[in-house]
Design a protein around this ligand. Structure first.
Ligand code: FAD
Length: 477
């Protein structure tokens, strides 16, 4: 490729987005460099997916082994089950170290140059890297911005990283508070409530919206409240905004009516996890060098090919992927976008179908979804002139869930009544995060419930929960 540039492609940010883009770029023959100022692997590897799933795996085992009734039903009895907080924290820490090492080595093996330092746009097809006290200018035919995101801490909330903290500190499990407030009932809040309650902490979950888990399909949110909140040591405060939080012993939380902003209650707890979402890490990238402005929240505007937009027009040779563009703030979405951006750079016109990208909360049991919620699908159907229907199938009749003694859960399928095309799938139950992939593939391929009902599923497996849903939908379609 062109030799007038130092590289064919330079990527700013070595999170999963940047890493996915770099690997694909090498496979496509591009001379590639990746610039990283912090921890190789970014949020997912160091402060997100990986350590949180390690905490969930270990604490989930504690929960399971302490569930005497569940074990007794299978003829198992255990003495008392103990755990070592530090050991669980180390399990997460060691896993981070291993995956970070694997990721770093994979870049070396593939011949990607890793440049450590803060990257910025220095002009068209130019980046600068702050390395120690010096600055180096690198030219590249194409540039991908993948700077990711950081936790959002609303105004009025003061964090000290010890008693009031975000997920960045929570994943270290430095201590186990007896009583912890969690602000936000999104997937991060929900996952940490799973960890804390399994390890014996009492949780107060605070949600400013009128209902818990506002982004879930309403039926699944109801089930999640029944299965993940009500039976556990979790008190909920819904429709209340954490107006002011002061760290210390105790932590003081002022709760206000979101409309009037008047304080209605003051809580005193041992610790507080602020899980109120994430914001793009796009400050200090010098986007002004190419006359690009982020949106109000800081997201980099992109078109469907992931090209950065200047007003309405794509900026040549500049792309932005992952959490920083706000399209879908998930690890697999970031790496998928990285691959698509590289393909576009190589001249293949490609876009990402966000509707077919699944998401999951790795609670016990898991919650997963892909595509539209039923209300959103019905709204779309109304606009476009077709009817939308839904069916539910249950884990309680499933021959794999029954022997496991894990029969609580449902799968809900949302589909077009006229064509049978699947519009959304929502699952809560054991291994829901693995199960959703089948529905995601069906949505990506625009398959109908009638087609899907003809595929043969292995017996006895949890996948038969979806099989049953397709068959039910076919009958009623
Ligand atoms: P990041 O991973 O944030 O990486 C960006 C990188 O760029 C960082 O390393 C940063 O240091 C670097 N950088 C930024 N600016 C510069 C600069 N100017 N110069 C040089 N380097 C720079 N997603 C899932 O799909 N599944 C999950 O189970 C899941 N669990 C999560 C749990 C938690 C607690 C959290 C917080 C997140 C979780 N996520 C999960 C979300 C996931 O981590 C993110 O969507 C993903 O990491 C985004 O990848 P990215 O490459 O866009 O950005």
């Amino acid at each position: 490729m062109a030799s007038e540039f130092d590289y064919d492609l330079v990527i700013i940010g070595a999170g999963v987005g940047g890493h996915g883009a770099a690997i694909h770029a090498v496979q496509r023959g591009l001379k590639t460099a990746i610039i990283e100022a912090g921890d190789m692997g970014g949020t997912c590897v160091n402060r997100g997916c990986i350590p949180s799933k390690a905490l969930l795996a270990a604490s989930g085992k504690v929960r399971e082994m302490r569930d005497e009734q569940h074990l007794k039903a299978m003829g198992i009895s255990l003495g008392s089950v103990g755990f070592d907080r530090e050991g669980i924290a180390d399990h997460a820490k060691n896993l981070v170290g291993k995956i970070q090492g694997d990721l770093t080595n994979s870049l070396i093996r593939l011949g990607v140059d890793t440049i450590r330092g803060w990257g910025k746009i220095a002009g068209t097809q130019k980046v600068s890297v702050q390395e120690g006290s010096g600055t180096r200018i690198i030219t590249a035919k194409d540039i991908i911005l993948s700077p990711g995101s950081i936790p959002f801490v609303p105004r009025g909330i003061e964090t000290d990283g010890k008693t009031v903290y975000t997920s960045d500190e929570a994943i270290r499990l430095d201590w186990l508070p007896e009583w912890v407030a969690i602000i936000g009932s999104g997937y991060i809040g929900l996952e940490f409530s799973d960890v804390y309650t399994a390890l014996g902490s009492e949780v107060t979950m605070i949600e400013a919206m009128p209902q818990l888990m506002p982004t879930f399909d309403p039926d699944i949110a109801k089930q999640a409240e029944r299965m993940l909140i009500k039976p556990r040591d979790i008190e909920t405060k819904v429709g209340l905004l954490a107006k002011k939080i002061t760290p210390g012993f105790p932590v003081e939380i002022e709760l206000a009516d979101p409309k009037t902003m008047e304080t209605v209650e003051v809580l005193e707890v041992d610790a507080c996890l602020v899980a109120t979402g994430r914001i793009p890490a796009t400050k200090n990238l010098d986007l002004n060098m190419v006359s690009v402005e982020t949106d109000r929240r800081g997201f980099i505007p992109v078109d469907e090919h992931l090209a950065v937009l200047r007003g309405e027009e794509p900026v040549p040779h500049l792309y932005a992927i992952g959490d920083a563009n706000g399209k879908m703030m998930l690890a697999h979405s970031a790496s998928a976008q990285g691959i698509v951006a590289v393909d576009n750079i190589c001249g293949d016109s490609r876009t990402v179908d966000y509707n077919a990208i699944p998401a999951a909360a790795f609670t016990h049991p898991e919650v997963s979804f892909v595509g539209m919620t039923e209300p959103a699908a019905k709204e779309k159907g109304k606009e476009e002139g077709y009817e939308v229907a839904s069916v539910r199938s249950y884990f309680k009749a499933n021959s794999k869930a029954l022997p496991e003694g894990e029969t609580d859960g449902i799968a809900k399928l949302v589909y077009r009544k006229d064509t049978g095309e699947v519009m959304g799938a929502h699952i809560i139950g054991i291994h829901a995060a693995d199960l959703i992939q089948e529905a995601a593939n069906a949505i990506a391929q625009k398959q109908s419930v009638t087609e899907l009902a003809k595929f043969v599923h292995t017996h006895p497996t949890l996948s038969e929960v979806l099989d049953e849903a397709y068959k039910l939908a076919m009958v009623t379609a």
